[in-house]
Every structure is written in structure tokens, then in C-alpha cells.
Design a protein around this ligand. Structure first.
Ligand code: NDP
Length: 502
């Protein structure tokens, strides 16, 4: 049943009507439960955070950041140019040499603990701002992004005075100035993943948030001021790809940490080749979420939903390929469709919302193009009944069945709420299909047998393998990829190694 046959998309308020049970017309309606946005004050304009203070960009460039759920402009943000990059790197170098580098780890730890505590204290403010700027449901920003960001600062604060005992030899040295470029899917969390281990290890940082989601990074800069972090230890340069490129190619940068697309990751790797800069790359993924016939079905259904519809599928480790054992495939897909019909899509600030807005027009276009290719290549498309809001960027949860390994929707990262379903008969076939991807970031295994989990996990070319769960993150657990998913690890003791001269 493809949308070409049974679904219809209308101009304006797109309505995808697939004939499945409509929970709204069946009498199940949730009253609106919006989180108040009054908790956060958004300034009309933001400058760059350099050397401990906000200042206008040297060349005066600005751009708007919008709420993807409505299209409204939230604020005007400064665009950092080469002169601003030079000023931030120079401030970071001075802070590294004079303050942060020589500071005992036990003192650095105090700042990290303070940042963690303030993130907790101001968590509601951060959660609302993140949902406004990114489009993700408040339930996720409130319960996942912000608590995990605080947890990363707590975790690495604990390492700051124990680096001598971390297994890297006595007195491991920091690298120096770290240039950190992050994407838009988990704006604050990615900032925490980058900043916390770098600062704990004694480096200073210049952070470049994504163009479409700069606001929580700027609020984090405000937190840096609030906790009295010495000037230059963290700078935040807002801007687009050119700002990122100017930052990572600056000659006085010692370390580059990048999360984003494989394409840009390759460009950065090429630019760093032949220089002494250390580089870690966390890039795309096309993970297999593998369901065996003995899996606990209800749990697996929740894991499949969490695997691909969490954060609208804007997740590098999303379980975007469902590999389900052939004998249970029809039953699993049927149950999955029933479950998807209960997901609520809409206002990201509503506490009942499961699926929020797509982050940008550009990303919506990419998802639309790839799903059209899925249909054109012969896969069957299905979405639950789902009324998309008029304004902003939206895409309904979508499932493709009848997918073959050569289809683009089975090979390319869609980075949206789109699941491609494939089947397998034997564990060997599951392994072969799961590993048949240029990526190698994550995988999920659903089975009742512990021995099969271990057998499968040993054979997966994936940095993270979840067993009977999916998309679980912990600061103590390393995360990173193989092949075109990049190299280096973030999180845990491994995450420290990326910022030490070891
Ligand atoms: P990008 O890789 O372009 O963006 C990631 C970050 O890099 C952003 O801060 C971006 O800035 C910056 N950047 C862009 N070009 C350069 C450059 N030449 N040098 C240095 N920094 C640069 O991802 P997109 O936002 O364009 O998303 C495109 C696709 O990438 C998505 O559809 C998805 O498939 C994948 N992606 C994967 C992510 C992951 O976590 N693995 C995260 C995000 C995207 P700016 O935003 O201002 O352009």
C-alpha cells in the first residue's frame, strides 16, 4: 500500500490518509498541554561570544534563526567571519597558556560542576529554547537532551583531577586549542559532548553551532559567564558552513572535533591532512535494528519506534533499517503500524507531542526527495492518518516495506522519520545485511537469547550495539563509528583520549 495508491498529500495542510485507524475520529483526543515559553527570554539580537563577552561580528553579518514548527523568526544572530575566528582562536590560545592549561585539574573540575549544576537549575529554560529553535518535542528536550548534557559535565568534572589515573600514563598533556563544529539535531547535547571532555582534559574551546540551531549554545555561553569561567576558555562562534571552514582551517588550532554529515567530514579530513591537527569525526549512519522471531514483540515495537521516530529521525545512530526475521515480519509490521497510528505529531511545546517539526526546509526537501525515490524504486510506502500543521516544516512518520538492499532508502541516510523494512531468514543473513552499508555507527538486536546477542554483537561492524533496547546514551559509555561513520570516540574514558596527547 504506497501513498501513491492509498495516501494523498494535498497542498497547504498536507493530509496523509492511509485508511488505518484514526485515533482522533475514534474518540481519543488529548487536550492541549503546552509548556509555557515565558520561562525563556529570547533577545532580538545575539552577538558572538569571544573572550568571555558578547560582541558584534567584525564584518557585521547576521542571519535569522527560525522556529521550524511555525516559520517565525526567533532572533537575529551574528555571523562570524575570519576576523572573529582569529579573535576567538587567539583568546583560546591565551587562555590555554595562561589560565586553563596550568590550572590544577581539581580547580577545572569546579567550573565543570558549576556548569552542570546551572544546566540543571535552568533546565526548563534550556528545554523550551531547544524545542523552539530545533522543533523537537519538549518531552525529549526536557527528559533527554538537557539532563544528558548536564550529566556529561558532571561525568567529565569527575575525571578532571584523575587524568593521571586514567590509564594514559602519568600527567597526560592536553592538546591545546580545540575547534568544535556541531550539528543541529541535538544542539546543546552535542555542545556538551564536545566541551565537557575537552575542558576536563585542560584544552580551551571554540565552538561553532549549526546555523539553524544557535540559541542554546548562546545560552550556554551565558552560563559560562554566570559560573565565572575565565575569558577565552570557551568561545561560541555562530555562523554557517563558511564559519566552520574558517575555524577548522585556522593554523593555530590543535584539535578538530566534528559531528555532522559524512560529506563535510571528508572535506575537513582533507583540510587537516598534512597538518599536525588531531581530528575526530562523528558522521552519518544507516543502522540496522534487527528483530528475531523470539524477540519480546511489544518491547521490540517500542524499540523500533524509539529507534527511528525519536527526534523525528534526525539521529545519526537512528535505527533506520528494520531487519525483521521473515517468519514474523508481517505480524511485526502490522503491530508497528497500529502503534504508529497512536503517535501524536504537532506543536513541539505540547507535552503530549511525540513527533515534532523537521528542523529546516532544506532537511524537509531532502527527506521528501529520498522518500519519492523509495516509491519510484518500487518500495511500498505507508504513513498513519496524520494532519500536518499548515505552517513550518513537517513530515509524517513513514514506513517503507518491500525494500531491497540496493534501494536508495536502504543505503542513504535520510535523517528523517522514515523507516525502511527488510527481512532476513538466518542470523548469518542478518549480519550480512546489517553490515552491508558504507556506515558503521550503531545497531540494535532484539532476541530472547543472550548467546545470540553476543554472537551478533561480535559480528556487527558498528561502534555501538544495543541489545533489547535502542537509542540509550550514557556519559560513561563511548560512542563513535567505523567506516564512513567516522573515527574517534566520545563519552567515557575513551572520550578523554580524543583531547589528550596520548
Ligand atoms: P553539515 O555536515 O553540513 O553540518 C554540520 C556542521 O558543520 C554545521 O555546524 C555546519 O554549519 C558545519 N559545516 C558545514 N560545512 C562546513 C565546512 N565546510 N567546514 C566546517 N564546518 C562546516 O550537515 P547539514 O546540516 O548540512 O545536514 C546534511 C545531512 O548531514 C543531513 O541530512 C544528515 O544526513 C547529515 N547529518 C548528520 C549528522 C550526524 O549527527 N551524523 C548531523 C547533522 C546532519 P551550518 O549548519 O552553519 O551549515
Amino acid at each position: 500500500m504506497g501513498s501513491g495508491k492509498s495516501g494523498k498529500k494535498q497542498a497547504g495542510a498536507a493530509v496523509v490518509d492511509t485508511g488505518a485507524v484514526d485515533t482522533v475520529s475514534a474518540g481519543w483526543e488529548y487536550a492541549p498541554a503546552p509548556e509555557s515559553r515565558d520561562i525563556v527570554t529570547i533577545a532580538p539580537e545575539y552577538g558572538l561570544f569571544i573572550n568571555g563577552e558578547f560582541r558584534p561580528p567584525a564584518a557585521g553579518g547576521t542571519f535569522a534563526t527560525i522556529n521550524p514548527a511555525t516559520g517565525e523568526s526567533l532572533a537575529t544572530v551574528a555571523e562570524a567571519g575570519p576576523a572573529d575566528v582569529a579573535a576567538a582562536v587567539s583568546a583560546a590560545r591565551a587562555a590555554y597558556e595562561n589560565v586553563w592549561g596550568p590550572m590544577p585539574g581539581s580547580e577545572r573540575a569546579k567550573y565543570l560542576y558549576r556548569i552542570a549544576r546551572v544546566l540543571q537549575e535552568r533546565s526548563r529554560e534550556f528545554a523550551v529554547l531547544e524545542s523552539l529553535d530545533n522543533g523537537k518535542p519538549i518531552r525529549e528536550s526536557r527528559d533527554v537532551d538537557i539532563p544528558l548534557a548536564a550529566a556529561h559535565f558532571f561525568y567529565y568534572a569527575g575525571w578532571a583531577d584523575k587524568l593521571d589515573h586514567a590509564g594514559f600514563g602519568p600527567a597526560p598533556r592536553p592538546l591545546g586549542v580545540a575547534a568544535q563544529v556541531i550539528p543541529w539535531n541535538f544542539p546543546l547535547l552535542m555542545a556538551a559532548w564536545k566541551l565537557a571532555p575537552a575542558l576536563a582534559a585542560g584544552n580551551t574551546c571554540v565552538l561553532k553551532p549549526a546555523e539553524t540551531t544557535p540559541l542554546t549554545a548562546l545560552l550556554l555561553a551565558d552560563v559560562c559567564q554566570q559560573v565565572g569561567l575565565p575569558p577565552g576558555v570557551v568561545s561560541v562562534l555562530t555562523g554557517a558552513g563558511d564559519t566552520g571552514a574558517a575555524l577548522v582551517t585556522h593554523p593555530d588550532v590543535d584539535k578538530i572535533a566534528f559531528t555532522g554529515s559524512t560529506e563535510v567530514g571528508k572535506q575537513i579530513a582533507a583540510s587537516a591532512a598534512g597538518t599536525p591537527k588531531k581530528l575526530t569525526l562523528e558522521l552519518g549512519g544507516k543502522a540496522a535494528n534487527i528483530v528475531f522471531d523470539d524477540a519480546p514483540v511489544e518491547q521490540a515495537i517500542e524499540g523500533i519506534v524509539n529507534g527511528i521516530f525519536f527526534n523525528q529521525g534526525h539521529v545519526c545512530c537512528a535505527g533506520s533499517r528494520l531487519l525483521v526475521q521473515e517468519s514474523v515480519a508481517d505480524a511485526v509490521v502490522d503491530r508497528l503500524k497500529r502503534r504508529l497510528a497512536t503517535l501524536r505529531l504537532g506543536d513541539p511545546l505540547d507535552k503530549n507531542t511525540d513527533v515534532g517539526a523537521i528542523n529546516s526546509r532544506q532537511q524537509l526537501d531532502k527527506i521528501t526527495e529520498l522518500t519519492a525515490a523509495g516509491e519510484a524504486e518500487g518500495a511500498e510506502r505507508w504513513s498513519p492518518p496524520c494532519r500536518l500543521p499548515e505552517a513550518g516544516f513537517w513530515f509524517p512518520p513513514t514506513v517503507f516495506t518491500g525494500v531491497s538492499q540496493s534501494h536508495r532508502i536502504a543505503r542513504e541516510e535520510i535523517f528523517g522519520p522514515v523507516l525502511s523494512v527488510l527481512t532476513f531468514r538466518t542470523p548469518d543473513e542478518a549480519v550480512a545485511k546489517a553490515n552491508n552499508t558504507p556506515y558503521g555507527l550503531s545497531a540494535g538486536i532484539w532476541t530472547d537469547k543472550g548467546s545470540r546477542i553476543l554472537w551478533m554483537a561480535q559480528r556487527m561492524r558498528a561502534g555501538v550495539v544495543w541489545a533489547n533496547t535502542y537509542n540509550r546514551f550514557d556519559p560513561a559509555s563511548p560512542f563513535g563509528g567505523y567506516k564512513e561513520s567516522g573515527y574517534g570516540r566520545e563519552g567515557g574514558r575513551h572520550g578523554l583520549a580524543a583531547y589528550l596527547d596520548v
